[in-house]
Design a protein around this ligand. Sequence first.
Ligand code: TXA
Ligand code: MG
Length: 352
Amino acid sequence: MTTQVLPADDNALALAARLLAEGKLVAFPTETVYGLGANALDAQAAMGIFAAKGRPADNPLIAHIHDGSQLELLCDVPPIAEKLMNAFWPGPLTLIMPRRPGVPDAVTAGLDTVAVRMPSHPVAMALLKAVNLPIAAPSANRSGKPSPTAARHVLDDMDGRIPLIIDGGSCDVGLESTVLDVCHGRPCILRPGGITRDMLESVVGPVDVAGSVLRPLQEGETALSPGMRYRHYSPDGQVTLVEGGESDVVPALVQLYRHAEDNGHRACVMCFTEHVPALAGCRPHDIGSKDRPEEVAQRLFDTLRRLDDEHMDVIFSEVVPAEGVGLAVMNRLGRAAAFRSIRARDVLEQAR
Ligand code: TXA
Ligand code: MG
């Protein structure tokens, strides 16, 4: 199969809507990351997504809609969900709600709930309107790879596997939507994203955060969100997070980089814009300003993909505070590092 990449004009949207209506797959931009879409009411089409991504069948998909009237095809709407939709839709918030029978098991992985979101990206909206079906769309990466934030990333992963990629430029948020369970008592963030805990709490009061957001699942623990179980967001190289105050982290990164290079590794650092000059000899990858976690979110997946393109095998990264959008950044970065982290102070003391 040849994969066409088309700019997001009327012709491309008409072609995309036709392909989706025929049960085929189309990748399209959203404000978070690129999605790999299929008709959410067609089990066969949804199964095609799992094949193209190499995704485990027990990891459910998000259904995307453009209008509240489509909800009745998919789910019951708890009152608290209605408040959240009014506040944050369209936008990067996915709600887990009780499913209706018309939703194929392939979409929900057999769960009694379904994930739904209304994206705000104009191209996603235009496509959803044109096809007028709920569209199941996971991130358009091969399973295990960082989510795609540009059409080129999608092509790298999906060339020959899908007929069409709509190119709408790079994604604003850069991390996947916040996934919020609203059908089991107090709302619970299963996956942090651009809509932060504070933003949610300002509308509905106290919100929990799933324990596994900042740590690996423990032996015997069930994943509230099945996607959290899998190795995720990982570049091929080994990432280590370096924690501590600024005055320790920068010299520790220099030490770690030199040590890795001396041992024959191809090493680099992921650091804040402000630290690039001090780390000029350590193949610095600029992850954005230390004062702007949204910028770090926006660049993170592109940076992780670049590490593979440049065949890095050992990577040391700065971290952001796990609050606000920083919680989403650390959720992804922690998984990219398989939760491997080291204290800058310890590195410096060992070198002494
Ligand atoms: O921003 C996004 O959410 C992007 C764009 C394309 O919309 N989509 C996305 O989909 O990130 P995906 O499939 O990569 O992630 C969906 C997440 C997974 O962690 C999955 O386990 C979880 O949502 N999920 C889906 N349905 C669920 C359900 N019924 N209960 C719990 N978690 C669910
Ligand atoms: Mg994904």
